[in-house]
Design a binder for this molecule. Structure first.
Ligand code: GLC
Ligand code: CA
Length: 526
């Protein structure tokens, strides 16, 4: 693969805790991921992004990192991580990991040192009195008092103390961490809360110092070659957003405007145009994201009367027509895959999983739920372990029986795997990877076909809008392939040529509502 593979890559997000459980304790792990690598190869992805895999007390699903240079024992070992990287590379799949530079864990060596010795507190934000009245992004105050009376700042949970990026030691530490993993073969980093590192009396969002940090990180990445830095940057202002993507800073950043956009033609067209207008002048490829581990799953979102996504609201429990949502999620997937740049697939999206909205309160683990006093259900509903096979929970989430399994190997009947850490709905029996694999019309096969065609015909490049009705999005790509998405209420004609893929059946040759089709022009030989 070329040095610029990331410009058009299809990147699959693995939420390790919920992907596959290799040792049967009910929690996903590296052994499980390694046992399912061929599934990802067959799906047709170019890269995997893993949420944090570091040792962590899991106060925020691993975004509370206790040690940036090791692997959480529940997930495996550093040796297993290295084996996983090698196996992925052998399948021509790149590996991107999360790095969390805004905050640490109260269990990190630095924070423990800071608690024990007041002179060691300058790596964090300790004050005699809180400097301000900031609120934590998860709810509640952003300051917590320690035993000797001082307070520390945490933009997220109290278990996630914020680093002080005015301290050069913090800069040095993270450059070392990047090198530690680049040396072990990782191909890139997804940078958590990338715009929040610096704090001042004015606030903490998008302060200027952050750009010097990413310029330096870019130098480090460039020393290795072919590596990528991807920012989690939630900024409404496109000009400010684009500053992160200047040629000597990050390579790409998540397009949350697209993710949050309602399923409405004018809004989507506006977001696509704005995205292209922001990225093209600086030569950065856009990214297209429909879901991740923080947001309501698209099938549920798109089946509601209000199809937009907002963190605060989440519209939890609002009625959703899941059949309609499913149809739209299919159409949205082909739209996202056709747009110029890279595309993300969050695990389970390719299975068409809905949000699990009826989790019992006592199993919810997201700090957002507890810290909002239960008013915000949090993000557990999009983190339920994947259904792989079988007719009932745990749906093959546990170990894949190998040739050595059976009597006498510790895998005797009755000793089955522990229940998954979040319960899976019974109704998922129709949505297992196994059930979908043989069904040509399944979501899984739509993603497989889409990603396969995308590899040759789509990805990085430019887009040209085609004339169309106002509620239709129609454009061609450099290869000549046309993508037409009908968000209106009546079927519309397609451009001449061969329909190579569509998200649903055509209606006498026309494209029905909430359907996307890909069409190759006549004579293009496909
Ligand atoms: C990011 C992550 C989210 C996490 C937060 C704090 O937004 O995606 O899961 O809770 O940062 O690290
Ligand atoms: Ca496990």
């Amino acid at each position: 693969m070329s040095q610029t593979w990331w410009r058009g890559a299809a990147i699959y997000q693995v939420y390790l805790r919920s992907f596959a459980d290799g040792n049967g304790d009910g929690i996903g792990d590296l052994a499980g991921l390694r046992s399912r690598l061929t599934y990802l190869k067959d799906l047709g992805v170019d890269a995997i992004w893993l949420n944090p895999w570091y040792p962590s007390p899991m106060a925020d699903g691993g975004y509370d990192v206790a040690d940036y240079r090791d692997i959480e024992p529940v997930f495996g070992t550093l040796d297993e991580a290295e084996a996983f990287i090698a196996e992925a590379h052998a399948l021509d799949i790149k590996v991107i990991i999360d790095v969390v530079p805004n905050h640490s864990s109260t269990e990190s060596a630095w924070f423990k040192e800071a608690l024990a010795d007041r002179r060691a507190r300058d790596r964090f934000w300790f004050r005699d009195e809180p400097d301000n009245d900031w609120r934590s992004i998860f709810g509640g105050p952003a300051w917590t008092q320690v035993a000797d009376g001082q307070w520390y700042l945490h933009l997220f949970a109290p278990e996630q103390p914020d680093f002080n990026w005015d301290n050069p030691e913090v800069h040095q530490e993270f450059e070392d961490v990047l090198r530690f993993w680049f040396d072990r073969g990782v191909d890139g980093f997804r940078i958590d809360s990338a715009a929040l590192l610096f704090k001042s009396a004015d606030g903490y969002e998008d302060l200027d110092g952050v750009h010097d940090v990413y310029r330096r990180w870019r130098e480090v990445a460039d020393e290795y070659g072919g590596r990528v830095l991807i920012g989690e940057v939630w900024l409404p202002d496109q000009e400010r957003f684009a500053r992160y993507l200047r040629p000597d800073e990050l390579h790409t950043a998540f397009n949350f405007d697209f993710l949050s956009c309602p399923w409405e033609p004018a809004a989507l067209r506006r977001v696509i145009d704005l995205t292209l207008a922001t990225h093209t002048p600086i030569g950065a490829p856009p990214t297209w994201v429909l879901s991740n581990h923080d947001v309501t799953r698209p099938v549920t979102r798109y089946g509601r009367a209000d199809t937009a996504f907002e963190h605060g609201g989440r519209l939890h429990g609002t009625p959703s027509d899941l059949e309609l949502g499913y149809r739209r999620a299919r159409a949205a997937a082909l739209l996202a895959m056709a747009l110029p740049g890279s595309v993300y697939v969050y695990q389970g999206e390719e299975l068409g999983l809905p949000e699990v909205e009826d989790l019992p309160d006592e199993v919810r683990q997201d700090p957002m739920y507890a810290r909002s006093g239960g008013t915000n259900p949090g993000r557990d509903g999009c983190r339920v372990p994947l259904p792989w096979s079988g007719d009932g929970p745990p749906f093959g989430f546990g170990p894949v029986p190998g040739p050595g399994a059976g009597p006498g190997t510790g895998a005797e009947a009755g000793a089955g795997p522990a229940a998954p850490w979040l319960p899976q709905p019974e109704s998922w029996r129709k949505l297992t990877a196994e059930a979908q694999a043989g069904d040509l019309g399944s979501m899984l096969n739509l993603y497989r076909s889409g990603l396969a065609l995308r590899r040759d015909l789509l990805g990085d490049g430019t887009l040209t809008w085609l004339p169309s009705a106002a509620d239709v999005l129609a454009f061609t790509r450099d290869s000549g392939l046309a993508c037409v998405a009908n968000l209106g209420r009546t079927p519309v004609p397609l451009p001449p040529g061969q329909v190579v893929l569509s998200s649903g059946p055509l209606d006498e040759g026309e494209l029905p509502p909430d359907t996307t089709a890909w069409v190759l022009p006549p004579g293009s030989g496909a």
